[in-house]
Unconditional design. Sequence first.
Length: 285
Amino acid sequence: MKSRLTLNLLLAFLLIALGIIVWLKPGHEDIKTSSIVGLNIEAIHTIKIERENANNIELKLIKNQWQLTQPIKVAALAGKIERLLKISQIKPLATYPLEKSSLGQFNLDTPNVRLSFNKKTLNIGNTESVQSRRYVSNDTQLFLLDDTFLHHLTAPVNAYIDTLLLPNGIQISGLQTPQLSLKRQDDNTWLHSQSPTDELSSDAVQMLLDEWRFARAINVSTQFVNTNTEQITLSLNNLQELKFNLIRQKDNVLLISSDKKLAYLFSNNKYKKMTTLPILNEPDA
């Protein structure tokens, strides 16, 4: 019994000693106090992604809305921004002083990706061979991070574009498609050009217009072949118009915005809802 107690005490002593040695290991710093960028999310207003093998990306917070400003100017996808901002808050698994002579060893001398939050830049390097953790550096430090974020930085430009078809808060006063033509009158009733004598249900029209106001595309593309022969026009309350070229595919349609030069992909089923007045049940007498 006494020998077993002595053995347990020796093992406990060895574990404590090893812990102290690891904690005091030269070059290893305390990593619990700060994220890799050292900025709160609320302080970040610019994100830049410089990529060796793809277009550079620049995003800016403008009037409390994130906008893609390079390589095109368009509203940014909120979910993508959220994931990028989370990268800024990562706390490294290990931190070491940066030795400039060893940058090439980690592919940090000419990194494939440079990620900047405001003016704080991170170089994204290779992964180490044991646990596949990624090397990342700033001007003075070398970090080891779990490799869970690189795919967000190498995604195509399309992945950063908001899939919402129309800007938030717009008021639609007219809709012209190959299927129907609606126009709001001065008395706020709606006229259907194909049946001008029929009184339209205001509720049905608003339900149809909501299909446009809240429509989100399956995806958005900056590259497309415009073979359009049909056009869609939305009239707005400020006397402006939004125009889309319509391209029909087997199972989908493309709506190509004339102003932003973007192709929004919708299923045929969704497009049908956007171009067909709903039939409302009559209330019981």
